[in-house]
Design a protein around this ligand. Structure first.
Ligand code: ADE
Length: 368
């Protein structure tokens, strides 16, 4: 006899997933280590961007024990350009703990996972469901959107309480047999169909039961918090070279861009004009003004002006008083072009490394 009842959410979703699932590298062999790495990368990074990073990372560190034995600089280098570098440092610290406390195998246990650096509610839920087959929700912004629309609930992805409610909802609908597929189907639906703007409801396997669609509220759900305007810091970057060497400094081991390398900065709160006047009077320092750029972090933007300086000697003593105006700088070093390429640089500064260093050095007058 034909089954005339409506499908359940899980049946409709898993049927759709079986027809359309995206073939992504971390889905081919769902070990806890691979799932963990993928989920950490995907927290702030688009799928297409993450794929080559994921593959390079695993080629270099095929097992969690290989990662645990790495040094931080090598890990940051593989993360270069992905941003949110504390993810990479936490990954390394967590790997060391897992080798020490669990013999190198990520534990399939919620509390033990949550206690590892960088593993929050979402990541623990994803590892447990995708790699361990446990019935656990993994609710990120995409999933809040799907479930808030489907159930017609006025939830915000920013609210921990709303995410918990969404998790309870997901768990109540999750089939015993395929918790990982169910979670990934929700993620895929959020990423490809149930889009923030202009959701593709005509292609949605859940349109038949979607409360937001029925009540014409897809534009209003989930609730959106306006992203706050972020403060802008004006900074003057100094690409300093002498005798074929470049001067770099490693940032402190905590705070923004911790552990990464950059060129020199004029002290961020300092008026750059006196420094530029000083440079105008120094015939022995060749100067070129480079293009400015804006770089946005989540909580802050940098407006970067940049100068390339060629000094007569590999010696910063004469610039030190300008650079140290707000206290001593982290120790610097001179590196050749090849070594420079090996260091992990944040994206904002890396653009100068990639685009400016190999240009012929034509000095230009210093503008004020
Ligand atoms: N976004 C977060 N986790 C994901 C996954 N496992 N597959 C695809 N997109 C994701």
């Amino acid at each position: 006899m034909t089954d005339l009842r409506e499908p359940t959410l899980a049946e409709a979703l898993l049927g759709w997933f079986d027809r359309t699932r995206r073939d992504l590298p971390w889905r081919r062999d769902r070990t806890p280590y691979r799932v963990w790495l993928a989920e950490i990368m995907l927290q702030q990074t688009q799928v297409q961007t993450a794929i080559p990073y994921f593959e390079r990372f695993l080629a270099r560190f095929p097992t969690l024990a290989d990662l645990a034995a790495a040094d931080e600089q090598a890990v940051l280098k593989l993360w270069e350009g992905l941003g949110y570098y504390s993810r990479a440092r936490n990954l390394l610290h967590a790997a060391k703990q897992v080798v020490r406390d669990f013999g190198g195998q990520l534990p399939c246990e919620f509390k033990a996972l949550r206690a590892l650096p960088g593993i929050g509610e979402y990541t623990a839920g994803a590892i447990l469901s995708l790699a361990c087959g446990a019935k656990t929700a993994a609710v990120d912004g995409n999933v809040v959107r799907v479930i808030s629309r489907w159930s017609g609930s006025a939830w915000s992805a920013k609210s921990a309480q709303d995410r918990r409610q969404a998790a309870d909802y997901v768990l109540a609908q999750m089939p015993d047999s395929r918790p990982g597929d169910f979670n990934e189907a929700l993620m895929d639906l959020g990423a490809t169909v149930c889009l923030p703007q202009n959701p593709r409801c005509a292609a949605c396997p859940l349109a038949w039961g979607c409360q937001a669609l029925r009540t014409n509220l897809t534009g209003a759900l989930p609730l959106r918090d306006k992203s706050p305007a972020v403060p802008t810091e004006h900074r003057l970057l100094l690409l300093v070279a002498a005798a074929g060497l470049w001067h770099v400094r490693q940032r402190p081991s905590d705070g923004l861009l911790a552990g990464l390398f950059t060129f020199d900065w004029l002290s961020p709160n300092r008026d750059p004009k006196p420094f530029r006047i000083y440079l105008q009077g120094r015939d022995d320092i060749l100067v070129r003004t480079l293009p400015s750029l804006m770089h946005r972090f989540s909580h802050l933007a940098w407006h970067i002006d940049a100068l390339r300086l060629e000094l007569p000697r590999a010696d910063l003593d004469e610039l030190a008083c300008w650079l140290d105006a707000n206290g001593p700088q982290p120790e610097g070093r001179w590196v050749d072009r090849q070594d420079l390429d090996q260091l992990p640089f944040p994206a904002a500064v890396d653009r100068y490394r990639r685009q400016e260093l190999d240009e012929p050095f034509n000095p230009s007058p210093v503008s004020l």
